[in-house]
Design a protein around this ligand. Structure first.
Ligand code: FDA
Length: 400
């Protein structure tokens, strides 16, 4: 039997957040659009995101909340399709949502509603979804691109004018992340910046872990600093190291051998706080004073580790100053991170210098587009990465 050969206007590789959004717009422009994915279902990362409720955007999206070798690259797409545009779409579909904290918007019910909404938009635009399809090869042709695909219909070829790469990053290989998009970029001569796990728990050597282990499960509101980056959020001690939003955020800025600094009483001068407590509660045990300021297990652990005993009233200024330094100047040297197994995102990616920031098209390869996480644009924790997927997907979709 002769091998089937399709001719379409646009092929989108990847039916994740960026690919589905792009399909909704590329399809609307006319011309046959095919969305191809090797997974069994579209939008799997959307489905599991935000604990199943999908933190789909953030009210405070600003270019400063994105990391990239070119800090300006994301501005154009983000300003032409904003968080308010996506919120309007969510509202049109009657999806109930709420602000959790720091501008983070979550579905009231299920993240599946966001996947269903994007699939409905894609279908409305006439784009066709082909799941469980392997991409065996991609080549440049005179009129565009040719692809060898192997799906539920068997193996077949596709010719297209536009090719959009929306295959995401390397995080969570168990969910089908492959790094395919980076290899494709290199095949077409595009540079790829160094990739590394981002928004990921940090791990420590055995010396530090011996100290941390009894604290597993303790959470505290802290400020974490690494270089010029600083985040004030919750930190969680785990059996493997440190996690929680503050650590995930700082992990995107951390590099091997850099220290991180933790302040356990952010926004306060701990020396002044302790002196005030000495004036008011001189007869209180120092461990109890610490327990008023910190989670109890952490306070007792610190008192024990620093050899603090007796009442606060008996402590000299010198001792209070040393304690204040321990509270807000805690320097730690992470040994590494938990890696792509648990990282929410991949930092780095297709070099933005190779792409047009308005359209996401490769400057040197007309008709080839890169969108979403595969591009060297990574957002903070809090809905920023999905907003980048929506904005970049829409930028390419409307340009096609
Ligand atoms: P995405 O990964 O969504 O999609 C890529 C698609 O390409 C997948 O469907 C994949 O199967 C397919 N694919 C890959 N390789 C292929 C190949 N070789 N052949 C065929 N298909 C291939 N962000 C946020 O803003 N708010 C949040 O709440 C969360 N929560 C969250 C939780 C967890 C556990 C993770 C891992 C990540 C998040 N994120 C997040 C990040 C967010 O999920 C991520 O940034 C976006 O999904 C990126 O969208 P893309 O479309 O670029 O990739």
């Amino acid at each position: 039997m002769a091998r089937q050969h399709l001719q379409v206007e646009t092929v989108i590789l990847g039916a994740g957040a960026a690919g589905l959004m792009c399909a909704a717009h590329a399809g609307a422009a006319g011309g046959r659009v095919l969305v191809v994915d090797h997974a069994r279902a579209p939008g799997e990362k959307i489905r599991i995101s935000g604990g199943g409720r999908c933190n789909f955007t953030n009210l405070n999206v600003k270019p400063q909340c994105f990391l990239s070798d070119n800090a300006h690259f994301a501005k154009s797409a983000l300003s032409r399709y904003t968080q308010h545009d996506f919120i309007a779409l969510v509202e049109r579909y009657g999806i109930a949502y709420h602000e959790k904290t720091r501008g983070q918007l979550f579905c009231d019910d299920s993240a599946r509603l966001i996947v269903d909404m994007l699939c409905a938009e894609m279908a409305r635009a006439g784009a066709e979804l082909r799941l469980q399809t392997r991409i065996d090869g991609v080549a440049k042709t005179e009129g565009g691109f040719s692809l060898d695909l192997d799906g539920q219909e068997g193996a077949y070829g596709v010719a297209c004018r536009n090719l959009v790469v929306a295959t995401g990053g390397k995080s969570i290989p168990k969910m089908g992340a492959t790094g395919f998009g980076y290899r494709l970029a290199e095949q077409f001569g595009l540079a790829v910046t160094e990739t590394r796990p981002g928004l990921v728990p940090l791990t420590f050597g055995e010396d530090v872990m011996a100290d941390f282990r009894p604290l597993a499960g303790v959470a505290a509101d802290v400020a974490v600093t690494c270089g010029a980056a600083r985040f004030e959020e919750a930190m969680l001690f785990t059996h493997r190291g440190l996690s929680g939003p503050a650590i995930l955020q700082i992990s995107s800025y951390w590099r091997e051998k850099m220290p991180i600094a933790v302040a356990l009483l952010p926004g306060a001068d701990p020396f002044e706080v302790l002196r005030e407590r000495r004036r008011q509660d001189g007869r209180k045990a120092i461990a109890s004073v610490l327990a008023d300021l910190l989670p109890k297990r952490l306070a007792l652990h610190m008192a024990d580790r620093l050899g603090l005993a007796g009442n606060i009233g008996d402590m000299s200024d010198r001792k209070l100053s040393a304690l204040a330094q321990a509270l807000n100047g805690w320097e730690l040297h992470p040994a590494g991170s938990e890696g792509y197994r648990t990282a929410e995102v991949t930092l780095g990616g297709v070099d933005t210098a190779a792409l047009n920031s308005r359209t996401m098209e490769a400057k040197a390869v007309p008709g080839l587009y890169f969108i979403g996480e595969v591009v060297d644009v990574t957002g903070w924790l809090g809905g920023y990465n999905f907003q980048w997927a929506w904005s970049s997907g829409r930028a390419a979709g409307t340009a096609i």
